[in-house]
Design a protein around this ligand. Sequence first.
Ligand code: HEC
Length: 213
Amino acid sequence: MITKTPKLLFLALVSLALLGACRGQPSREAPRRVFDDMDEQPRFQPEEVSTLFADGRAMRTPVPGTVAQGQLREDAALYLGKIGEHAWVGRVPLPVDEKLLRRGQNRFQIFCAPCHDRAGTGQGIVMQRASGAKGGFPAPPLAYAERVPQLADGEIFHIISNGVRNMPGYRTQIPVEDRWAIVAWTRVLARSQGAQVADVPSDLRSSILPETP
Ligand code: HEC
């Protein structure tokens, strides 16, 4: 036997459910809202005209000279490899330790070795293939023993960043610190080219020399 109260409750629930189903029906009419919360806000649409500003645009451009946070890059030595307008930074402006060199080695082998090869002789896989049937483009003259060691660190940084002649620039792919790490690694390669056994600290020599029979 059903008493009156549950019946009413049942009816109320059913009608609520039915009413609820009305929401979400597709309609071209503006929705009727009891509480509009923050649905309607005074705002400009993109490209909308505004009488507030002299140029009539609602969309504002940044004030000239605006710099995004973290993008000031005032340090020309670090970011451009330059001192003033015309001089290159002589040495990597970061502490050159084993960590930086290892990073440089790793980045060099990813970004530079395809063309310059791991030792920097310029016989990378790209060069081997490019100089095939069609003549290709010239092998990069990374003769570490001659020209490149005479370049200032800042100039090598600049070459990595912006490219040189046929070589593309890598500033969008390689972050600033990594570019300097690569510069440091090119010095390691140069140093290794004509190295003598005497250059190796005596306690490490046994690790690189073949065992004497
Ligand atoms: C797509 C192939 C390619 C890659 C990758 C590449 N280079 Fe080069 N690089 C060249 C070519 C080609 C030249 C010679 C450009 C010319 O003379 O026209 C060159 C020239 C250079 C020179 C100048 C040598 C000189 O005598 O002036 C330096 C320094 C150099 N590369 C360093 C690097 C470093 C460091 C990297 C890695 C970040 C790198 N390159 C990545 C192709 C490449």
